[in-house]
Write a protein that binds this ligand. Structure first.
Ligand SMILES: Nc1ncnc2c1ncn2[C@@H]1O[C@H](COP(=O)(O)OP(=O)(O)O)[C@@H](O)[C@H]1O
Ligand SMILES: [Mg+2]
Length: 231
């Protein structure tokens, strides 16, 4: 048994006529606390599917996601949502920011989720303080009230990273976070992500095609056709 996040015998199939399409075919993986784990593999290999299942954004056909001695797969949908929002942070290739919200408001969204109006009234000030501090750490102090449409791609991704960190997640998942950025901006975001791991000991699981990320990772896992290739 692992004492952190792990997956056991994960299978994910998509319905497809008579014979289901297998996308993950028996994945076993332990994430170690504090590591910078990079997942690579060609397009369609199953990387995003694996990340989504590990982070409780998707459900496996069979197999388990464990955190410590808890099997997260068997929890109720409600309990899974709560854990997803508090244990895990997500950063996607296409940012997924809310267009009508400011940078500051976007970062605050996960802090508000599942919190009643009275509790939010009490917590709001501290949460906004933390959101400002995160945005300031990524150089966006002067962009707090900008909306995503008024920000560059790199700035949007910085906002998305702050949003993923607002609830101090145990694991930060990133799915091709530099895939939609030019190479220089991508490099800056890559350095920011590395800093989170090195300075703050943030556990990171990242899908990427970036050679730099592969060089800097604590460990690289390659997925091919829904299975982990042995090194
Ligand atoms: N909702 C879906 N329905 C059917 N097939 C899907 C769905 N989502 C993904 N797939 C298939 O699963 C495979 C793996 O997808 P994905 O995990 O996104 O790969 P990767 O992130 O490695 O590019 C692909 O062949 C893709 O077409
Ligand atoms: Mg993908």
């Amino acid at each position: 048994m692992s004492d952190f996040l792990s997956v056991r015998d994960l299978v994910r199939e998509y319905p497809q006529g008579e014979t289901p399409l297998p996308v993950l075919r028996g994945i076993n993986l332990d994430v170690r606390e504090g590591e910078f784990l990079v997942i690579v593999g060609s397009s369609g290999a199953g990387k995003s599917t694996l990340l989504h299942i590990m982070g409780l954004l998707d459900t496996p056909t069979s197999g388990a996601v464990l955190f410590g001695d808890r099997n997260l797969t068997t929890l109720s949908e409600r309990e899974q949502s709560r854990l997803r929002n508090t244990l895990f942070g997500f950063v996607f290739q296409f940012f997924h920011l809310l267009p009508d919200f400011t940078a500051l408001e976007n970062v605050l969204v996960p802090a508000m989720v599942g919190v009643g109006p009275l509790a939010w009234a009490r917590r709001r000030k501290d949460a906004a303080e933390r959101a400002r501090s995160l945005l300031s750490q990524v150089g966006l102090s002067a962009r707090l009230t900008h909306r995503p449409g008024q920000l560059s791609g790199g700035e949007r991704q910085r906002v998305a990273i702050c949003r993923a960190l607002i609830n101090t997640p145990r694991v930060l998942f990133l799915d091709e976070p530099t895939g939609n950025l030019d190479s220089r901006t991508g490099q800056e975001i890559q350095e920011l992500i590395e800093g989170l791991n090195r300075r703050d000991r943030q556990t990171i699981v990242m899908v990427t095609h970036s050679d730099t990320a592969v060089k800097r990772a604590s460990r690289v896992v390659r997925i091919h056709d829904g299975q982990i290739l042995k090194a």
